[in-house]
Design a protein around this ligand. Structure first.
Ligand SMILES: Cc1cc2nc3c(=O)[nH]c(=O)nc-3n(C[C@H](O)[C@H](O)[C@H](O)COP(=O)(O)OP(=O)(O)OC[C@H]3O[C@@H](n4cnc5c(N)ncnc54)[C@H](O)[C@@H]3O)c2cc1C
Length: 429
């Protein structure tokens, strides 16, 4: 636990010691500013320390255009800060602070041979090495301002004066890591529009939940289609999991943002899973014919175990109206069609989503319309900057969200420090 220091006056206060805040604080301090980072938890970088299932998927090797596509409508806002500090720059940065990196499937970049907490510690050490002071156990409760300009930060009874504030408090998911939506209240009190927070990258609750004893069953190489009001809106290929409450796993997380928004708009949401995407209907017919030819005396349930995970055989028979106990050779044409329909369209009706607490990302936050994308400065209050997940900016899994936190943190830290040069009170003059 850190103690309060004597530094009640400084140039820049960074609120939040996560990925964005540590990057912002370090960059600003490196530029010569006196920087105080206030972190409400007992140590910084708690969320960073649990990312990527403990492995920390720091960024992605995707080229700029493909990278930006992952941010949907947020791409335009991210563009300048990503161009200024992109995935290559971030990889160089981490290599420079002693974290070797390795790119894996899908361009996902991970630290080589070290776990996520080690990355968080290295970032903290770099930040402090740049000269920033980190004060832990210090939740900011108000950003003070006067005449349209920031004047300081209040933490309960204690007030710190400064000339710039970088708000990097994260979103509202995984509150045990410190991100509890404080930033929305702080920014809202300054007059900023807060796009309502909602979960993104989240498991989906389905009507079919509990249909089978499949909790935790992983289905690889599936194609999942998201249907909204009966129309296909998105498609993903890869791995998904059947959970006790419904569906989860990488493919579902990617589809979940759109699904949650459609649920909020009270639209009908379904996920249709093609369990055999590599086999056309014709090929499936041929495969079944061959199987029945050689194993026709076996029970249908037993034959299906060659096509499906054991846990799904009962669900398949129930939903497709098949008799698992009858001989496979007794399968009639209409039953074969129903079986193939089921294999190509294992459909789930989405009735809800897991709570925001469990979301990998919070969608919504400070409206980017009120923030300068080059500097991250508020367009409403001079000297206030935003960085990271506090912004209404979100992407798919794959390292994109951390890159956005680092890019926006980098931009905010540099811009806040540079702005001090134009300030007659600055020690730079
Ligand atoms: C389980 C999980 C796994 C993830 N894995 C990945 C991954 O592998 N790759 C990827 O790209 N993204 C991943 N993400 C998303 C990624 O972690 C976040 O997008 C990123 O951490 C956001 O950084 P941030 O600095 O904006 O916010 P945070 O990392 O949440 O940091 C915000 C900080 O602000 C502090 N704070 C909050 N309020 C106050 C206050 N009032 N005063 C002072 N301090 C305050 C918090 O304590 C916290 O330390 C994952 C998320 C989760 C939940």
């Amino acid at each position: 636990m850190c103690d309060y220091g004597p530094m009640d006056t400084c140039d820049i206060i960074v609120i939040g010691g996560g990925a964005a805040g540590l990057m912002a604080a370090g960059q600003a301090a490196r530029s010569g500013a006196r920087v105080l980072a206030l972190e409400k938890m007992d140590y910084p970088g708690r969320k960073l320390g649990i990312t990527g299932k403990g492995r920390c998927n720091l960024t992605n090797t995707a080229a700029h255009a493909a990278f930006l596509k992952r941010f949907g409508s947020g791409a335009r806002f991210l563009l300048p800060s990503l161009e200024a500090f992109d995935n290559r720059s971030l990889m160089d940065f981490f290599s420079g602070i002693g974290i070797g990196l390795v790119a894996e499937r899908g361009g996902r970049v991970f630290p080589a041979g070290v776990r996520a907490p080690r990355v968080a510690r290295a970032l903290r050490a770099w930040c402090e090495g740049c000269g920033a002071r980190i004060v832990c156990g210090c939740p900011a409760t108000e950003i003070m301002h006067e005449g349209g300009r920031v004047t300081g930060v209040r933490c309960g009874q204690r007030a710190f004066s400064c000339r710039a504030v970088i708000a990097a408090t994260g979103g509202a998911s995984y509150p045990r890591t410190g991100s509890t939506g404080d930033g929305y209240r702080l920014a809202g009190a300054l007059g900023h529009t807060i796009v309502p927070a909602r979960p993104a990258l989240i498991g989906l609750v389905t009507r079919e939940r509990g249909l089978c004893a499949c909790d935790g069953l992983s289905l690889r190489n599936c194609r999942a289609r998201l249907l909204i009001s009966g129309r296909e809106r998105a498609e993903e290929f890869g791995e998904l999991q059947i959970a006790g409450y419904g569906l989860n796993g990488p493919v579902i997380l990617t589809l979940s943002g759109m699904a949650v928004d459609a649920l909020l708009a009270r639209k009908k949401v379904q996920v249709s899973i093609d369990l055999k995407p590599a086999l056309s209907r014709e090929k499936l017919h041929a495969r079944l014919k061959r199987d029945i030819g050689s194993r026709g005396a076996e029970k249908l349930g037993s034959l299906l175990r060659g096509l499906l995970p054991r846990e799904l055989v009962g669900v398949c028979c129930t939903q497709a109206g098949l008799k698992p106990g009858s001989p496979a050779s007794a399968l009639k044409q209409p039953e074969t069609e129903r079986l193939i329909d089921w294999l190509k369209n294992f459909t789930h009706t989405v009735t809800g989503h897991r709570p925001l607490d469990e979301a990998i990302i919070t969608a919504g936050g400070v409206s980017t319309a009120e923030v300068d994308p080059n500097t991250m400065e508020s367009k409403l209050v001079r000297g206030v900057y935003f960085a990271g997940e506090i912004l209404d900016l979100q992407a798919d899994t794959g390292g994109y969200n951390l890159q956005a936190a680092f890019s926006t943190g980098h931009a905010a830290g540099l811009a806040a420090a540079e702005a001090l040069y134009g300030d007659s009170n600055s020690r730079f003059l």
